[in-house]
Design a protein around this ligand. Structure first.
Ligand SMILES: [Zn+2]
Length: 375
C-alpha cells in the first residue's frame, strides 16, 4: 500500500472516489445504484483504489447478499493530507486536515504587509509549521474576494489587490499544487461535502463575522457565477431603519449583522468601546441599548434566512462564521423573525448550525483542495 495515492485515475474512478468520499461508509449495492454500475464493473473500478490505499473495507453494516456478509466501502481518511489557509487582511489562519477536511492542527501567521510577496512568504512559514508541504496532496487558499480559475485573485479590496496570480506564486514557493477560491464558496463547499449540510441537495449558507457572506447549493451543485466573490449577499437590504454600512446602504446585511458594525453601533450609543461578547452579554442582561441593537440583528438575520428560503426556494439554511455567538441561546428570536416573513403554508425552514467558528474558513480552504484532487 502506498501512503500517498496519486489520483491519476480516469473519470469514472474519480466519480467513484468522490461518491465514497462524500457518502462513505457506503454499501457496494448503494454505490452501484448511485453510479449505475453493475457489481462486476464496480469491483473492477474499485480494485485500483483499494490497491492505492485510498479505499478500505469499513466495519460490517449487517447488509447481507444471499447470506454472505458484505463490508461497506469507505475512504482511508489518512491516505492523503491537505492544508487549508484563510487569508485575511491581518493574518493567515491555517489547518492541516485529512481527506475529509477534518482539521487536526491549526496555526496563525501574522502578515507583515499586503504585498503578494509578503503573503507568499508568510504562507510558506505557516505551511512549514503545519508540517511542511512534503506529503501534502494540495494546499487550498481562500480570500474574501473574487477569484478566477482557482488561480488568480481578480479583486480583493481588503488587500488592495487586482489580478494577482497568487496560486502560481504559491506553487513556485511551496512545490505542491495550490487551489485558490473565494472564502464563502469554499466554506459552502465544505458544508456540502463534509459539513452540516452533507448530502443536502438544496441549501443556502449565511456567514456572520467580519462581514456577511452568502452561498448557495442547488441540485447538489454550488451556484457560482461571474459575480461570485463580489460579496453581493453582504449588502442585502434588511432593515429600513438600520444604521449605514461603509457603502452607504441603510440597514443592509453587513450594517445589521457584521461584528465590526454591531460593535460600532454599540460604541456610538454607549459612548465607550464595546466588544462583541460583551455586547451579547449586555443583551442577555437586559441593557436597553444592547436589547435594541442585538434584537434588531436577530430580526435581520431571520429576515435574511426567510428571504433566502423564499427567493432561492431552499428549505435548509446553514449558519456559520466567527460571529455565530449572536444566536447562542437566541435562536428562537431568529426563528420567530423567519416565520414572520414566511407563508404559513410554506415548508418549515431548517436551520443548521456550524459552530466551528473561524476555523470553518480554513476548513473550507482545505475542502476545495480535496475537491480539486477529486475532479
Ligand atoms: Zn451595505
Amino acid at each position: 500500500m502506498s501512503t500517498h495515492s496519486e489520483m491519476t485515475v480516469g473519470a469514472p474512478s474519480k466519480q467513484l472516489a468522490r461518491e465514497v468520499l462524500i457518502h462513505g461508509p457506503i454499501s457496494r449495492a448503494e454505490l452501484g445504484r448511485r453510479l449505475g454500475l453493475s457489481p462486476a464493473s464496480l469491483t473492477r473500478l474499485t480494485r485500483p483504489l483499494f490497491d492505492a490505499g485510498l479505499f478500505m473495507d469499513a466495519p460490517e453494516s449487517g447488509e447481507r447478499v444471499v447470506g454472505r456478509p458484505t463490508k461497506p466501502v469507505d475512504v482511508r481518511i489518512d491516505a492523503q493530507r491537505y492544508i487549508g489557509i484563510k487569508l485575511t487582511g491581518v493574518e493567515l489562519f491555517g489547518v492541516g486536515t485529512d481527506l475529509r477536511a477534518n482539521p487536526d492542527v491549526d496555526d496563525v501567521e501574522p502578515l507583515a504587509g499586503h504585498s503578494p510577496e509578503q503573503v507568499v512568504a508568510a504562507a510558506a512559514r505557516l505551511v512549514g509549521r503545519l508540517g511542511g508541504p512534503i506529503g501534502v496532496s494540495a494546499v487550498g487558499v481562500t480570500v474574501g474576494g473574487k477569484v478566477t480559475d482557482a488561480r488568480r485573485v481578480v479583486r480583493a479590496p481588503f488587500l488592495g489587490w487586482h489580478d494577482v496570480d497568487l496560486a502560481d506564486m504559491l506553487e513556485r514557493e511551496l512545490g505542491v499544487p495550490v487551489v485558490l477560491e473565494n472564502d464563502v464558496v469554499a466554506l459552502t463547499a465544505a458544508e456540502h461535502w463534509f459539513g452540516v449540510a452533507k448530502g443536502v441537495e438544496n441549501f443556502s449558507v449565511v456567514t456572520i463575522g467580519a462581514g456577511v457572506g452568502y452561498g448557495l447549493v442547488i441540485h447538489d451543485r454550488p451556484v457560482v457565477t461571474a459575480d461570485t466573490g463580489l460579496g453581493l449577499g453582504g449588502h442585502f437590504p434588511l432593515d429600513p431603519t438600520g444604521p449605514l454600512c461603509g457603502d452607504g446602504h441603510r440597514g443592509c446585511s453587513s450594517a445589521m449583522l457584521a461584528i465590526p458594525h454591531l460593535c460600532a453601533t454599540a460604541r456610538a450609543a454607549l459612548g465607550r468601546p464595546v466588544g462583541y461578547e460583551e455586547l451579547l452579554g449586555l443583551f442577555d442582561a437586559g441593557d436597553p441599548v444592547a436589547v435594541e441593537i442585538v434584537g434588531a440583528a436577530l430580526r435581520a438575520l431571520g429576515r435574511m434566512i426567510a428571504a433566502s428560503a423564499n427567493l432561492s426556494m431552499v428549505d435548509t439554511v446553514v449558519l456559520s462564521g466567527e460571529g455565530l455567538a449572536l444566536i447562542d441561546g437566541r435562536l428562537h428570536l431568529v426563528q420567530a423573525a423567519v416565520l414572520a416573513d414566511r407563508d404559513g403554508d410554506a415548508s418549515p425552514v431548517r436551520i443548521l448550525l456550524d459552530d466551528s467558528g473561524f476555523g470553518a474558513w480554513a476548513r473550507g480552504a482545505a475542502a476545495v483542495a480535496v475537491q480539486a484532487s477529486f475532479g
